[in-house]
Ligand binder design. Structure first.
Ligand code: HXC
Length: 297
């Protein structure tokens, strides 16, 4: 993909990515580092983080750090943020990216299953945002919080109800804190990417052939393809750069138009051929002519 940003556009930025050892978080981290940022990865598995950090550090020594942190636990989050401040200095940005999800009929969910997802997505995003935001406010520093959400924040989604609920809560946090923390120069925004295949998420969301649905399949997306990590990274770089300091409180969808092409619209008509349209027009003309002649009798 064409590199559209100056490779130094994020010079001086120190950005924390939760769930940064795998998938979208890792891919975005690599590109933030390649544009000048220093990045801190959080995750639950040390070996995964170490491997990701070693890979990303190639060519960018000293630009990547990691800590094993479970975002569900506020005390662990707060201690890890304190360690970043003490050893490296203040963060300038946070990417709430850690997620948990699996498809399941909601009637089958145990309280622990609900909690495993909501405590990662909702509580984890809140814990991280609060621990960092408090320090920014106390020190009089500006900051930027970005959260990776989904378009279910507007539509909800059957069979992934805890995830839809938790992501909608983070969407609400984004709008609410944009107002409450705006006077401190702290901005909150979110991205709602459509399907961007990553290995583990796709296993959780398409465990069998039969369970593959429109949510993860490209055929019904107006742009006829999934998104890419490079595209998500471009939007993330833009959001963390100084180019859009006036942007706050927004959840930006980047989904190839997927959310606008639901079964309640006529999006399915894109399969019609020219002949089909000629026939359709002939039918509607005939129907309209017979309605006119019925009125004139
Ligand atoms: C029903 C399930 C289940 C399943 C787990 N549970 N998997 N219930 N169906 N498929 C239940 C367990 O039985 C247990 O409840 C409870 O959930 C907690 O399970 P644990 O395995 O102990 O929890 P934990 O180790 O915290 O694992 C959480 C996890 C795991 C969600 C199950 O997959 C995980 O950590 N995932 C993180 C990464 C991830 O999921 N990424 C995908 C994000 S995709 P009981 O009562 O039995 O003890 C995404 C959006 C994609 O967010 C957008 C696409 C368009």
């Amino acid at each position: 993909m064409t590199r559209i940003f100056d490779p130094r556009v994020l010079d001086g930025k120190r950005i924390l990515i939760t769930g940064g050892g795998t998938g979208l978080g890792r891919g975005v981290a690599q590109r933030l580092v390649a544009h000048g940022a220093h990045v801190h990865l959080w995750g639950r598995r040390e070996s995964v983080l170490a491997e990701a950090a070693a890979d990303i550090a190639t060519g960018y020594p000293g630009a990547i750090h990691y800590q094993t942190v479970n975002v569900r636990e506020f005390d662990a989050v707060d201690a890890a943020v304190a360690e970043i401040w003490d050893r490296h200095g203040p963060l300038t940005g946070v990417l709430n990216n850690a997620a948990a999800n699996f498809i399941a009929p909601t009637v089958s969910l145990s309280p622990r299953a609900f909690d495993a997802i909501t405590s990662t997505v909702m509580t984890g995003s809140f814990n991280t945002t609060l621990a960092v935001g408090r320090r920014w406010i106390a020190a009089g520093l500006p900051g930027s919080v970005l959260s990776n959400l989904t378009t279910w924040v507007w539509s909800g989604s059957a069979f992934v109800v805890p995830s839809a609920m938790a992501k909608a809560a983070v969407h609400a946090m984004t709008m609410s804190l944009a107002v409450e923390w705006g006077p401190y120069g702290i901005r909150l925004n979110a991205l709602a990417p459509g399907p961007i295949p990553t290995e583990f998420a796709w296993e959780m969301l398409n465990p069998t052939d039969k369970s593959s649905t429109g949510a993860t399949q490209p055929e019904q997306i107006p742009l006829r393809r999934s998104g890419t990590i490079g595209e998500l990274a471009n939007l993330t770089i833009f959001a963390f750069s100084d180019a859009c300091d006036y942007l706050t409180g927004e959840t930006i969808a980047m989904d190839g138009g997927q959310r606008l092409a639901g079964p309640n619209t006529f999006a399915g008509l894109s399969v019609m051929s020219e002949d089909d349209w000629v026939q359709a027009r002939a039918h509607s003309k005939a129907a309209s002519a017979s309605a006119k002649s019925a009125r004139s009798v």
